[in-house]
Structures are given as C-alpha cells and as structure tokens.
Design a protein around this ligand. Structure first.
Ligand SMILES: Cc1cc2nc3c(=O)[nH]c(=O)nc-3n(C[C@H](O)[C@H](O)[C@H](O)COP(=O)(O)OP(=O)(O)OC[C@H]3O[C@@H](n4cnc5c(N)ncnc54)[C@H](O)[C@@H]3O)c2cc1C
Length: 398
C-alpha cells in the first residue's frame, strides 16, 4: 500500500500533538503553510484522550487565546470550573493569604479545565484543518537540520523533509537531545499525586493551597461539588498514599483539609507525577525550535506550564505569520531568534519565581518557616506585591 506521507515536503513538521503542538498548529490555521503533526499515541487516543488527573488552571490570557482559536467552544460547560478566590495557608498557622477576584476587576481569577478535555477540544479544532496532516501512532526517531532545510525520520520508515522542525515532545524531549541543546533538569525529589474528589459541602469557587512543611495540598474548584486534589510530597512517601484504599485515601484528605468540604469521596483514579523542572539553554537552533514543556517544564504549583506553552505557541506562530507576510524564510535565524527572545523574557522570571516559591514553601528549617510566614503577611499587607502575584497568576501574555 502506498505510504501517504513518504517523501512529502512540509513547511513545518511538529513533533508531538500534545496541547502545545496542537495549539501551535491551530494558530497557523489562516496560512497556506503545510504542517505535519507527528504523534506517537494512536489516533484513538488523540480523538478521546484518557483522563490523566491533571486539571489545568487557565489564566485570562489563555482563555482569550483559546477562544480566538475556537478551542474553548469545545469545552463542555459542565467541565469548566471557576476560581473566584484563592487562599494560601502556611502549616498550622491560622493566617491566610487571600486573593479575591473582586480586586482584579474580573468575576474570577481563572478557570479550571481537565487536561484531557483541553486535548480533545484542541484535536477537534485541528483534525479538519486543511493545511495540517496528522500522522498518529508513529514515533519520530531522528531529526537533522542545516542551513537549507530539515528532515525528520519516522518509525514507519518514512522521512519528512521540511523548512522548519518544531519539537513539542514533552519535558523529556528526545529531539532536544538529538539537536544537542542542553537542558538542565531539576529533580525536586517530590511526587505529585492528583485526582478528583466529590464533597458534601460546596467549595464556593475557592482554591486552597495549604503548605504543610514537607507536603502541600491544593484543592481546586471544579464544576459542581467536585474538586481537583493535588498532594505534593517527598517521593519516598508517595507510595503509601497510592497504596491506600479509596476510602482510606478520602478520609486522609478530608482530615488534612480539616473537614472544610464535608464528606469527601474519590471520583477518579489517583495519578502520580514525579516532579522535574527543566529550562532549555536555548529554545532555537538552525531551522529548529522548542515549544511547550520541551522548552520549559515547570513545577505545577504555580499552574503555569500549559499557560506558558500556549503563550509560546502564539508567539512563535505570530513571528512565522509576520515572516510569511514579509516574504521572509520562516526558518530564518532572525525569525526564530525573535521567538526565542520574546518567549525567554516571559518564561525566565516565571521559572525562577516558581522554583524560589517551591524552595520557600518546602524549607523545614526555622528561618525558612519564619520567612514563609513573613512572605504571606507581606503578600496581604502590600497591595503592589499582591497585585503582582495576582497578575502572574491570571495573565501570561503572548
Ligand atoms: C499534576 C500536574 C498539574 C498541572 N497543572 C497545570 C495547571 O494548572 N496549569 C498549567 O498551565 N499547566 C499545568 N500543568 C502542566 C501541563 O500539563 C503541561 O505544561 C502541558 O501538558 C505540556 O504540554 P506539551 O504539549 O508541551 O507536552 P506533553 O503534554 O508532554 O505532550 C507531548 C506529546 O509529544 C508526544 N511525543 C513525545 N515524543 C515523541 C516522539 N519522539 N514522536 C512522536 N510524538 C512524541 C507525546 O506522546 C505527547 O503527546 C500540570 C502538570 C502536571 C503534571
């Protein structure tokens, strides 16, 4: 049988049809650029991604971009949670750092949407896009680029030639390694366990982040009487929580949260993710760019990962569209260099700030505890500090 993509030439080959790769392809819907999107998961997984426990807090800017791309319209209404208030608690202290949506002039700080819903909606929008060819169930095994073009070798024996290669192949990106881009990994030595839980008392659209010295517990409001539960703890202590029966786990979380949500019940599987941060030393090379987690893999505590990936996808697509309009080669170093400069300017402070926050809130030493208490009070007392935090939580502009 004839291979439909063998020896075909594309303007852009995107490795990875995760949320970043799909959103990037969607950003280029109004161009004549021919795009191949190669994904190792089978087509049925792209069509109906499994629930993976990640519930994504979306900023106002992401909401705007997802609406512009038509992706938001594919979110079922009963899958969109509202975050109106956020409260941060420090250990057993009764002191609360409170972020109230009213102070932002908006009705909410952000929305919470399950990752599998975002992935399905993004696929729905891209699947019939005329300039995109989706090649699913196939691994990219190698890539090479030079001044005149790039090539991508697939596990089915085909080779795709192109003008530009984009790697959106996760924080463990093989393409980044193959292209010789250094990306120091930061192992936080912690694992995050995520799941959804129903409860007998309403959450009132309030998100809680409770820092208990070695462990953190985040409870994020979903649609209805359901919350996303995120427990972060040292990796060697995580198995114990995963081994608990559903009832034991539910009463453990209920107790950790002081029963504030009444009776709690596990509504999904528990999923565990070892926490690794990564920040690539450069985002571009000859006719090659890193996108999404492949460029920056964030600790989830500040909920920036996908928001940042989406902002990067929008920035890169905008530079490419400008190049097309001016008749410039889309893989030119000047085009990719602009993406790199703009995206690094947004990503670097978020990456450094998030890692500093993680350090502050996991430091069990006495100075660490005092500093943490002071930071929470300063956040409440100093309006500019609070405003800056809220701005970072609600907006990541492309
Ligand atoms: C517990 C948790 C909670 C989170 N909460 C938030 C949040 O609240 N807000 C937020 O913004 N972000 C959050 N994130 C981060 C967010 O999930 C990620 O930033 C986002 O999923 C990254 O998308 P991506 O497309 O870059 O990578 P991925 O989702 O990792 O997708 C990469 C894709 O590439 C494919 N692939 C890899 N290698 C190859 C290859 N060689 N050939 C073909 N295909 C390949 C993979 O199969 C995969 O489909 C959270 C993450 C976790 C773990």
């Amino acid at each position: 049988m004839e291979n439909p993509v063998a020896n075909k030439f594309f303007d852009i080959v995107v490795v990875g049809a995760g949320p970043a790769g799909l959103s990037f392809a969607r950003c280029l819907r109004d161009t004549d650029l021919k795009i191949a999107l190669v994904e190792r998961s089978p087509l049925k997984v792209l069509q109906n991604p499994p629930e993976d426990g990640r519930d994504i807090a979306l900023t106002h800017s992401s909401e705007r971009v997802l609406k512009e791309l038509g992706i938001w319209d594919h979110f079922p209404i009963n899958q969109i949670g509202n975050i109106r208030d956020a409260k941060v608690l420090n250990g057993k202290s009764a002191y609360v750092l409170h972020f109230d949506s009213k102070t932002t002039g908006s009705e909410y700080l952000g929305h919470l949407v399950p990752n599998h819903v975002i992935r399905r909606a993004a696929y729905e929008m891209v699947k019939n896009q005329e300039n995109v060819t989706i090649i699913a169930g196939v691994d990219v095994i190698d890539t090479e680029t030079n001044l005149s073009g790039g090539s991508v070798a697939l596990s089915n024996g085909s080779t795709l030639n192109c003008t530009l290669v984009i790697a959106a192949d996760s924080r463990f990106s093989d393409m980044r390694k193959k292209m010789g881009i250094d990306a120091p990994m930061h192992d936080f030595g912690r694992t995050v366990i995520v799941c959804e839980m129903t409860h007998s008392k309403p959450h009132n659209d309030t998100a809680f982040e409770c820092f208990h010295y070695e462990q953190t517990l985040a409870i994020l409001p979903m649609y209805g009487d359901k919350s996303s539960v995120v427990v972060t703890l040292p990796t060697d202590k995580s198995q114990h929580l995963l081994d608990m029966s559903a009832n034991e786990f539910a009463s453990d979380i209920q107790q950790r949260f002081g029963g504030q949500l009444g009776d709690m019940k596990l509504a999904t599987k528990r999923h565990a993710y070892p926490l690794m941060g990564v920040y690539a030393e450069k985002f571009v090379k000859t006719r090659f760019a890193l996108l999404g987690d492949a460029a920056v893999g964030m600790h989830p505590v500040t909920a920036h990962g996908f928001n940042l990936g989406l902002s990067g996808a929008y920035t890169l697509a905008t530079e490419i569209k400008t190049a097309v309009a001016k008749g410039i080669d889309i893989g030119a170093a000047s085009v990719l260099g602009k993406y790199q400069a703009k995206h690094r300017a947004v990503a670097r402070p978020l990456y450094i700030g998030t890692n500093a926050l993680v350090k502050l809130f996991t430091d069990t030493s006495m100075p660490g505890r005092i500093l943490r208490g002071a930071a929470l009070r300063l956040g409440n007392i100093l309006p500019p500090v609070k405003k800056k935090i809220v701005q970072q939580l609600t907006e990541i502009d492309p």
